[in-house]
Ligand binder design. Structure first.
Ligand code: CTP
Ligand code: CA
Length: 227
């Protein structure tokens, strides 16, 4: 089908989703990154498209197939991801599911670093990356009507998620328990709590596709039909 021409409760709505890790170069052959399969973000993009939304998926390097009916913009670094997100605006909703690297190497090397004969190891100086969720959530003419972030936590899940929601200025946080008993990176199971301004909804353990479908339905209910 053509993008954005489908029927469904999100027909006529523009949506941005971030997914996957980012790769921050050390030199042309090495990088630092977060662990992320992109499963959850890609499933959210697919679920929103299935409800009729026109979806742009900005994704770091993953092995997931491109979801059907979604415009996919591949990126490497956090700064590239922010640029690609800005280029996708305006949107009605943005869902930031990417595991963005918090730091990049302050000055990555133009040539491959070589081992020193004396055994000295290089020292990497890090610089903080832009916060994409916080940047897109900041007040302004291009701010999406609904900003959704994720909080993957191993302990004090709800407390950390409440704090993140306030700090980043987003509307909703999907708090994700990645502790030992719950969902694990790269796995299929996910135990989430949705924090909106109006309350906190504990969802039963679901696989990532089901979390995506439930989140997409929840977004569609909240937005209502496009004007
Ligand atoms: N996020 C983002 N850009 C960043 C860092 C995080 O868009 N540079 C988004 C993630 O996509 C997620 C949310 O912010 O939706 C929370 O990410 P998380 O790593 O849990 O939050 P941080 O503020 O980086 O806090 P922490 O110190 O726990 O890593
Ligand atoms: Ca982080």
């Amino acid at each position: 089908r053509r993008l954005g021409t489908a029927d469904g409760p999100l027909a006529g709505r523009r949506v941005l989703v971030t997914s996957g890790p980012t790769h921050e170069p050390i030199d042309p052959v090495r990088y630092i990154a977060n662990r992320s399969s992109g499963k959850q973000g890609h499933a959210i993009a697919a679920a929103l498209a299935a409800l009729g939304a026109e979806v742009t998926l900005v994704t770091g390097p993953v092995t997931q197939p491109d979801p059907a009916g979604v415009r996919v913009v591949p990126v490497e670094s956090a700064r590239d991801m922010l640029d690609a997100c800005r280029a996708a605006l305006p949107v009605d909703v943005a869902v930031c599911a990417a595991a963005v690297a918090d730091w990049r190497v302050a000055s990555s090397a133009a040539q491959k670093l070589k081992k020193a004969p004396d055994g000295d190891s290089p020292t990497l100086t890090l610089a903080e990356n832009p916060d994409i969720l916080a940047t897109l959530s900041a007040p302004g003419p291009d701010r999406p009507a609904l900003m959704v972030g994720f909080a993957a936590e191993t302990e004090h899940v709800i407390a950390h998620a409440r704090d993140k929601r306030a700090r980043k200025g987003c509307d909703w946080i999907v708090a994700n328990d990645v502790g030992a008993a719950a969902g694990t990176f790269g796995g299929d199971a996910n135990t989430v709590t949705l924090l909106t301004g109006d309350g906190e909804e504990g969802w039963p353990p679901l696989d990532k596709t089901e979390v995506a479908e439930r989140l997409a339905r929840r977004i569609a209910e909240t937005l209502g039909p496009a004007p």
